[in-house]
Design a protein around this ligand. Structure first.
Ligand code: OAD
Length: 256
């Protein structure tokens, strides 16, 4: 971790340590060090190689379900071999610490990879859904991956419907309950921390402004400046897998 980030790390730790309610919003950057590609990073991002409108739009699925389901199956097989990294574990620890002292903690993620839960985070709100369960487009019945026959694409349900991943595609509504929770928690927290997201996809990107407008202190952890860097109280520039453990270790020290 770059030594010149130390003052920002201290500031972030102080805010989190004193907060009664914390909201953390994560994006693809938090899973980058686990080996999962982000979307918009130049060269390595998925959208540098693939067109989101061909693969992550509801119209693309209707046009070519074979291609789209095959691509999501490929993404799942890549994710399945990845492990949570130090950033995921640090956020699980922050939740434990905050709840142990009677505070509230809400983790909202745009990621569909399930790595936060595997690191021990609980009650995670997956606002863009999950790649780990699929559903029948005819009956709505949910299927675990182990129950699905992926020998041909698109995969079929037991009733002969087409199966699709439980993710939210462009052109679709976000799950109502998750959205309600995201707005409610963001507008009533003391500290809002955004980690590893380019903050360009709505409505997730606007949650930090909502929190700030309602009086919360705001923190951003990212490799580089983003559109929200100008409005946050603290910007920590570095890898989530290094910055988050550094921040959470300082939080712990302050409590001992
Ligand atoms: P993006 O790919 O847009 O942004 C990833 C962010 O993570 C960038 O700002 C990077 O600088 C930052 N980053 C990369 N590596 C990092 C690291 N090790 N530590 C910290 N930061 C790092 O991903 P999201 O913001 O999550 O939606 O994208 C939002 C949505 O757009 C996704 O959920 C997906 C995508 O299209 C759908 O598919 C519907």
């Amino acid at each position: 971790m770059d030594a010149n980030q130390a003052p920002q790390i201290e500031k972030a730790a102080r805010l989190l340590r004193e907060a009664r309610s914390i909201v953390v919003l994560t994006g693809a950057g938090v899973s980058a060090e686990s080996g999962i590609s982000t979307f918009r990073d130049k060269e390595t991002g998925l959208w540098a190689k693939y067109d989101p409108m061909e693969l992550a739009h509801i119209d693309a699925f209707h046009r070519d379900p074979e291609l789209v389901t095959h691509w999501y199956h490929w993404r799942f097989t890549r994710c399945k071999d990845c492990e949570p990294n130090a950033g995921h574990y640090a956020l699980a620890q922050l939740q434990e610490q905050t709840e142990a002292r009677g505070g509230s903690f809400s983790l909202l993620t745009q990621n569909v990879d399930g790595l936060h839960q595997r690191a021990g985070s609980t009650n995670v709100s997956e606002i863009h859904g999950t790649i780990l369960t699929w559903r029948c487009t005819k009956t709505g019945e949910h299927y675990d991956l182990a129950e699905i026959d992926f020998s041909s694409f698109p995969p079929a349900s037991r009733t002969g419907g087409i199966l699709r991943p439980n993710v939210v595609w462009f052109g679709e509504m976000l799950p109502e309950q998750e959205l309600e929770r995201a707005f409610r928690d963001s507008s009533s927290c003391d500290v809002f921390m955004s980690v590893g997201t380019s903050s360009v996809v709505q409505p997730a990107a606007s949650l930090i402004e909502l929190a700030k407008g309602a009086g919360a202190s705001t923190i951003e952890v990212n490799l580089e400046p983003t559109p929200i860097s100008g409005i946050v109280d603290v910007s920590v520039f570095g890898k989530a897998g290094e910055a988050l453990p550094a921040i959470i270790d300082l939080c712990k020290e302050g409590l001992s």
